[in-house]
Write a protein that binds this ligand. Structure first.
Ligand SMILES: Cc1ncc(C[n+]2csc(CCOP(=O)(O)OP(=O)(O)O)c2C)c(N)n1
Ligand SMILES: [Mg+2]
Length: 554
């Protein structure tokens, strides 16, 4: 309902408003503009009311995918995830009501704030608190529980007090003495390295970090979601020599990057035992995890980077571009890039991962959103596919959660449609990863979203079998006993999933077919496409300097 409608209906003191309308209006007041979900009793009216106040409602096929989509919108717009859950009626509590479950308690572990309003009148302030909690400090999800009987409860319109939109998160800066110490450590570093994490992307620190990199001529390495904060093809990006850079750096600045498994916990043998970390983070509890940092800079990453820049403005300093460290990194980048190119140029069929990604990279629009999930598909894709803009890469992230891809792609497409019509979303999926949320293809077609889905199909999880070997294996016994658990059905025609809903599907087996189908998909602005790319079922990653940290990938 628009505000003028609300005003009209509120003329008489008898005017009523429903709980659903209060929820919608309260969300709108907090500048929440997108809602993803699935309707059913008791939440259908909430989605209708949301549409009436101008919130875009995207009906998904699974709540999990809806949550992934909403979390991606949060990352892209700075308005994180609020989960609104319909729960059982208050009067039936403990009686075994329809879908009765301790939802508030269950969500508490996984969210920054989890609450059930005590009355319809309490909804606006609870929603304001949920939104505020989700964006202040380290961002995170919040849960608001709505008893079923609230949704259609009519209350006097004058009894509702909407809460003004919460203020943007306050910007906090690091201690000056710590900033001076960090600058001095960097000036004295022999082999410095900046690591740019997702926190830097979220903090929109791209301009200040790029300035620091260029002014001081420092090498930088993005984490998977930090890719694009500074473009991957920037001359100071040492992504192609990642292991070398981590292993030999003597001073490392972490910009919103956690020392978790993705960064090998900051420990030897992946790092020097005496490496000095300068940790820049908005979350105090993060500081000192796994390694005792040399300096901690607690604050907003953009503001803290500007503090560092002030130091280098006062007494200019540049890391020598002709240093041994730069030479060492450049050599390693060159040899790694040559090894990938060699794999990419292999002409044998079925194609390998590198061949596929090199052809995709050639046609990738520079401003596209790149979404990716899978194991080899995501890991190898990340090394070849370039990001040029901040917050334009969405992948399975720290948890490595399979199933996020289509929800992320839908979110990016919905945001792109609003902000930047014509912008495309390229969603690179392993065949297993695609299966987790495959039915969201219907959602993509229903809203006619500008998404090109690429399914990199090796017939399995990490690897699979070719059709003949699969047949042979099945001869030896029942499939549940003899089929390797990593295998999926060989030669699956995933492209039919999209043609079922009116999208365009392609089945490709050669580089030429891939090039052509990708060109056609990108040219076709009328409908979404899915390209099912058959690759060698046993194709693997090129040899790594270090084994994967986990003991086994199988
Ligand atoms: C929710 C969830 N379930 C299971 C896994 C375990 N897992 C890791 S990667 C992966 C799929 C990898 O296969 P695919 O997507 O086909 O990529 P490939 O390595 O074959 O290229 C699975 C199931 C996970 N990470 N997340
Ligand atoms: Mg696979």
């Amino acid at each position: 309902m628009s505000e003028s409608n609300l005003a009209e209906r509120s003329n008489g003191s008898e005017a009523q408003v429903s709980g659903a309308e209060v929820i919608a209006q309260a969300l709108k007041a907090q500048d929440v503009n997108y809602m993803f979900g699935i309707v059913g009793i008791p939440v259908t009216e909430i989605s209708l009311a949301a549409q009436k106040v101008g919130i875009r409602y995207v009906g998904m096929r699974n709540e999990q995918a809806a949550c992934y989509a909403a979390s991606a919108v949060g990352y892209l717009t700075g308005r994180p995830l609020i989960v609104i859950g319909g729960s059982s009626e208050r009067s039936q509590e403990t009686m075994g009501a329809f879908q009765e479950f301790p939802q508030v308690e269950a969500c508490r572990l996984y969210s920054k704030f989890s609450a059930r309003p005590s009355s319809v009148e309490a909804i606006p302030s609870i929603i304001e608190k949920a939104v505020r909690s989700s964006i202040y400090g380290r961002p995170g999800a919040c849960y608001v529980d709505i008893p079923a009987d609230f949704v259609n409860l009519q209350v006097n319109v004058n009894s509702i007090k909407y809460v003004e939109c919460c203020l943007p998160p306050p910007v906090c800066m690091a201690e000056t003495s710590a900033v001076c110490m960090a600058a001095s450590l960097l000036r004295n570093a022999k082999q410095p390295l900046l690591i740019i994490g997702k926190g830097a992307a979220y903090a929109r620190a791209e301009h200040s970090i790029r300035k620091l990199v260029e002014q001081c001529q420092l090498p930088f390495l993005p984490t998977p979601m930090g890719k694009g904060v500074i473009r991957d093809n920037h001359p100071n990006c040492v992504g192609a020599a990642r292991s070398r850079a981590l292993q030999f750096a003597d001073v490392i600045v972490l910009f919103g990057a956690r020392l978790n498994w993705i960064l090998h916990f900051g420990l030897p043998p992946r790092y020097q035992p005496d490496v000095k970390f300068i940790q820049v983070d908005i979350c105090a509890e993060e500081l000192g995890n796994n390694v005792r940092p040399a300096v901690t800079l607690l604050g907003d990453i953009n503001a803290v980077t500007q503090q560092l820049l002030e130091q280098f403005d006062k007494i200019p300093w540049q890391y020598p571009p002709e240093s041994k460290w730069w030479k060492n990194l450049r050599e390693k980048m060159k040899s790694n890039e040559a090894a990938s190119k060699e794999l990419a140029s292999q002409k044998s069929l079925p194609m390998n991962y590198y061949t596929v990604f090199y052809h995709v990279q050639e046609q990738l629009p520079r401003d596209c959103f790149l979404v990716s999930e899978g194991a080899n598909t995501m890991d190898i894709g990340r090394t070849v596919l370039q990001n040029y803009l901040p917050r334009h890469r969405l992948d399975a992230g720290t948890f490595g959660t399979m199933g996020v891809g289509l929800g992320f792609a839908i979110a990016a497409a919905v945001v792109a449609k609003d902000r930047n019509p014509g912008q495309r979303v390229i969603c690179v999926e392993g065949d297993s990863a695609f299966g987790f949320s495959g039915m969201e293809v219907e959602t993509i077609c229903r809203y006619n979203l500008p998404i090109v889905l690429l399914v990199v199909n090796n017939n399995g999880i990490y690897q699979g079998l070719d059709a003949d070997t699969w047949k042979e294996v099945l001869k030896s016994g029942d499939a549940t006993t003899v089929a390797p658990p990593v295998c999926l059905l060989p030669h699956s025609h995933y492209e039919h999933v999209i043609t079922a809903f009116g999208g365009k599907g392609y089945f490709v087996q050669t580089p030429e077919e891939l090039q052509k189908s990708l060109r056609q998909s990108l040219e076709d602005l009328t409908k979404p496409s899915l390209i099912n790319i058959m690759i060698e079922p046993q194709a693997m990653r090129k040899a790594q300097d270090f084994h994967w940290l986990t003991s086994s990938k199988i």
